[in-house]
Design a protein around this ligand. Structure first.
Ligand SMILES: Nc1ncnc2c1ncn2[C@@H]1O[C@H](COP(=O)(O)OP(=O)(O)OP(=O)(O)O)[C@@H](O)[C@H]1O
Ligand SMILES: [Mg+2]
Length: 425
């Protein structure tokens, strides 16, 4: 297994301690020891160094010599909120994170963390990364293989001149939070991938950042470990009210970790919603398709409550969506139900099974209604045990499940924020 690079990250080192020193009297005890606070507040302050902070991004634009990686992006993250940036490869997720962390200099826009403007292109403000009070965890484990676990986590504190014993004590506490205290004195090279990633997470939290930025931290791990750590991450984030921005292109991960999900496409946020809202009401066909909606059909015309599909000419009843000229009908595979032949009701279609894939509790079917209309369906396996490739079958789709959407979310004309954009969509 390849082990991450050992260069200390500048932003993981100094800021919180600078803040603590500013807050504390000269010669004061370690900021980690606050005996007069009640236990719960003490626990929270361990990670927060005070209250969680909100992040506000306005009109953020980042050009890499000709490539616009981030395009007039707006984002509001509430204090203690977990926002997940979800989008396809190359849509600008990492670039956005790097701008917030202070590792890139955007060409336009403003970034505010708490009360403080850390970047303002027009006013010439650019607070360096190590003064922004953000912690960042990357996809690569980035632990120092020649140091022990506790040394890795204590390192940024030591760099900030925290006395050795205090740094160790603080590191052990954070290691406890990620379930790694028992391996504190093990060499970091003797850890599994998941354990290394926990160390990287603990190290980024050790400085009690106001904001935690996580860029696909679990993508190098195997599926089981990823599931376990995802639950742990969410627990830590909720329990300690960490303001966090998490990047992924895995929608399951996004749904599990987010208070709200920001869909990124082409360098901008095209939808910002709770996971449930996003799942049930994607703002465009391309977002629906990215979220696993495989039945995506251009619409030729609207006929009352129905839409006629362009390619097959099949008419599907909807729950009264207004179809625009370039509208697309989107149907989740779970909404395509296998029913008895001759069943009554709207959107009942007869076809044949052309492919069938058993997935455990569910089975995925591809059904040919005719030459030009194939429907994907996901059904409980127990209900289709008698089906095989070639079996005649009948499916039904509830009108409410036929969503008629624009192909893309229109680009806002001026500097409208995401709220205005989703209202316009
Ligand atoms: N240093 C760079 N120089 C030039 N172009 C870059 C640079 N870094 C990123 N880009 C380009 O900017 C765009 C956004 O890249 P970014 O790394 O932010 O994408 P991403 O959403 O994080 O993708 P992934 O999911 O693959 O990590 C891409 O088109 C990429 O090729
Ligand atoms: Mg990336």
């Amino acid at each position: 297994m390849e082990i991450g690079i050992a260069k200390p990250l500048p932003f993981a080192m100094a800021p919180s301690t600078l803040q603590c020193r500013r807050n504390g009297a000269p010669g004061a005890r370690s900021p980690w020891v606050r005996p007069r606070l009640p236990n719960d507040r003490c626990r929270r302050s361990l990670l927060q160094g005070g209250s969680p902070m909100e992040v506000t991004v306005r009109g953020l634009t980042l050009d890499y010599g000709g490539v616009t990686a981030v395009h007039r992006l707006h984002l509001d993250v509430a204090a203690g909120e977990s926002i997940v940036l979800l989008g396809q490869s190359g849509c600008g997720k990492t670039s956005t994170m790097r701008c917030i962390a202070g590792l890139e200099e955007p060409s336009d826009g403003t970034i505010t963390i708490g009360e403080r403007t850390v970047f303002d292109a027009r006013a010439g403000v650019a607070i360096p990364a190590h003064h922004r009070n953000v912690g960042m965890v990357f996809q690569s484990y980035a632990v120092w293989p020649h140091r022990t676990v506790v040394e890795n986590v204590a390192f940024p504190l030591r760099m900030a001149k925290t006395p050795k014993a205090e740094a160790r004590k603080a590191a052990l506490e954070v290691l406890g939070l990620v379930g790694m205290a028992h391996l504190a004195d093990r060499g970091a090279s003797k850890l599994s991938g998941g354990q290394m990633q926990r160390v990287a997470l603990a190290r980024s939290m050790a400085m009690r950042p106001a904001v935690l930025l996580l860029d696909e931290p679990l993508s190098n791990l195997d599926a089981r470990l990823r599931d376990d750590l995802r639950i742990e991450l969410r627990r830590i984030q909720v329990e300690h009210q960490l303001t966090s921005i998490y990047v992924t292109h895995d929608q399951t991960e996004a749904l599990a970790l987010a208070d709200r999900i920001a869909i990124m496409q082409g360098g901008r946020i095209t939808q910002l919603s709770t996971p449930a809202e996003l799942y049930s009401r994607p703002a465009s066909a391309s977002i629906a398709s990215f979220l696993g909606v495989t039945n995506v059909f251009p619409v030729a015309a609207a006929e009352g409550d129905a839409v006629r599909l362009a390619e097959s000419g099949v008419a599907l009843r909807t729950a009264g969506h207004a179809a625009t000229a370039d509208a697309v009908a989107c149907i989740r595979p779970e909404a395509v139900r296998v029913v008895e032949p001759g069943a009554a009701g709207p959107n009942v279609l007869a076809g044949r099974v052309r492919a069938l894939s058993y997935q455990g509790f569910t089975t995925r079917l591809s059904i040919s209604v005719d030459e030009r209309l194939r429907l994907d369906s996901v059904v409980p396996s127990a209900t289709v045990a008698d089906l095989a490739i070639g079996s005649p079958t009948t499916v039904a789709i509830d009108p409410i499940d036929v969503r008629v959407l624009p192909p893309e979310v229109a680009e806002p004309e001026a500097d409208a924020g995401p709220a205005e954009r989703s209202a316009a969509a």
